[in-house]
Design a protein around this ligand. Structure first.
Ligand SMILES: C[S@@+](CC[C@H](N)C(=O)[O-])C[C@H]1O[C@@H](n2cnc3c(N)ncnc32)[C@H](O)[C@@H]1O
Length: 445
């Protein structure tokens, strides 16, 4: 009620409110804000189960010195936190699930925090961040990592659970380059998480990433633009009954990894009954296709296409008369056989259905589609028994012998990167100074 009374004050009247009234008002509006945020948080309250939680706890404990304070900024019910040794700090925007027996917890929105909120000593972060934040399309993991980059000092580390979809180029690209991805543990079996909102357990493909704050910039995936991808065909969400120049199809979003990039003939996709299958959705044609194998329609779906918008199969079209369609098709058949698309998407989906984009199809044709890994990244496969077969007292043994790529960053390259970063920082400082001066001028006038 108090909030409403204050909201009705005109600016002139509001000048007359006392300091106590103002503080009370701040308190109330803060709570209103927190309720909004915790509502968002509620959509992403997937709590970690024991095997993975212990694994992550052991990993942070063995990765940082004993005097470093470990923050779990989105602690939930303390699934991971209970395995982190002292000194440690627990926080969450919604602390209602945190058990009293685990001690103190701060009610805090991590994305609004500053380093000084965590004392003056050395820090490390250990977290299972919300994979999605409210209605935002971007990854919550990326937002949390970028906050870590902001608050951590050089040499400090983050151990984080991430969805395997966060390993995609489009996500890694958004993480600040001064946060270096140094190690990834790929959890081979989908892990169960307790969805506290829907009250059910859901399997998610995840990995555990180790990031390190550095001064130098780590390489990020290249952003390909249309003009970089000059190919003799186009890739469209179209069906040959809608436009003439469809030559064949590529399966871009199948139900299994094995079929990703499969080349499909025009007559291998059939509609049982055009009128039944040709649905108009939001003014766009949409079709569901049957699959034909050896001339017979099989049970498995052939895929869907929503004209010009989306779908699980894409048409390869050519407009020039002299284009050699057979050559293009043969190349795509080779790419499919050699598993180029499968390798690119391997362990990069949180669910079971992999997918590739128009640009990725063109990149594959040009030989530019390879799984991205920054120089020096160590990737470790973690089979299920490694997560399961140990007790709390046992020192965890990671299958370090399964290292896929060794850390190879050459000192020289690091030095070059450092110089580059210093230059970029100097530029940034000048820009910040300019903004501050402008703000000062604004305040003065
Ligand atoms: C995926 S759950 C993980 C919880 C716990 N760490 C675990 O592994 O079981 C994500 C947690 O982040 C919290 N959260 C969401 N947005 C947040 C924010 N902006 N700041 C702090 N915590 C947040 C949610 O309340 C939720 O407890």
């Amino acid at each position: 009620m108090y909030t409403y009374i204050l909201l009705f004050f005109t600016p002139a009247e509001s000048k007359n409110i006392t300091k106590i009234e103002f503080l009370y008002y701040k308190c109330l509006t803060h709570n209103v804000k927190m309720t909004g945020r915790s509502k968002d948080a509620k959509r992403s309250q997937f709590f970690t189960q024991k095997d993975l939680a212990m694994f992550v706890g052991k990993l942070i404990n063995k990765s940082v010195d004993n005097d470093i304070t470990v923050i779990d900024p989105c602690v939930g019910g303390g699934a991971i936190y209970q395995y982190i040794r002292e000194p440690r700090i627990a926080a969450d925007v919604d602390t209602s699930y945190f058990p009293k027996k685990l001690g103190d917890v701060e009610t805090r929105d991590f994305l609004q925090t500053k380093r000084t909120d965590y004392g003056s000593g050395a820090l490390a972060v250990c977290m299972n961040p919300p994979f999605k934040l409210g209605k935002k399309q971007t990854s919550g993991v990326v937002d949390f990592l970028n906050k870590c980059d902001e608050i951590l000092n050089k040499g400090e580390i983050v151990v984080s659970i991430a969805s395997q979809a966060d390993r995609q180029e489009s996500k890694i690209m958004q993480v600040k380059p001064t946060l270096h991805l140094v190690k990834e543990y790929i959890i081979l079996k989908a892990q169960p998480f307790d969805d506290k909102v829907k009250n059910k357990t859901v399997p998610v493909n995840v990995c555990v990433q180790v990031w390190e704050k550095q001064g130098a910039r780590q390489v990020r995936p290249k952003k390909y633009k249309r003009k970089d991808l000059n190919v003799p065909f186009d890739v469209k969400y179209e069906h040959h009954t809608w436009i003439d120049n469809v030559r064949f199809y590529i399966r871009n979003g199948p139900t299994s990894q094995k079929l990703l990039g499969e080349v499909i003939d025009k007559n291998a996709l059939r509609m049982n009954n055009w009128f039944e299958n040709n649905i108009v959705e939001k003014g766009r044609n949409k079709i569901k296709l049957k699959r034909v194998v050896n001339g017979k329609v099989v049970e498995k779906s052939g895929g869907t296409i929503t004209q010009g918008k989306s779908g699980t199969i894409m048409a390869i079209t050519t407009s020039e008369k002299n284009t050699n369609v057979n050559n293009i098709r043969e190349k795509f058949e080779d790419l499919y056989k050699t598993g180029v698309f499968q390798d690119f998407m391997k362990y990069r989906k949180s669910g079971t259905n992999p997918s590739i984009t128009i640009n990725e199809i063109k990149r594959a044709y040009l030989g530019l589609l390879k799984p991205f890994a920054p120089s020096g990244l160590v990737v470790v496969d973690v089979p299920d028994n490694v997560l399961k077969n140990y007790t709390a007292n046992e020192t965890i043994r990671f299958p370090e012998d399964i290292v896929v790529e060794k850390r190879t960053m050459v000192k020289e390259q690091e030095a070059k990167e450092e110089v580059k970063a210093k230059k970029a920082n100097a530029k940034e400082e000048v820009a910040v100074k300019a903004v501050k001066t402008r703000q000062l001028l604004k305040l003065k006038f």
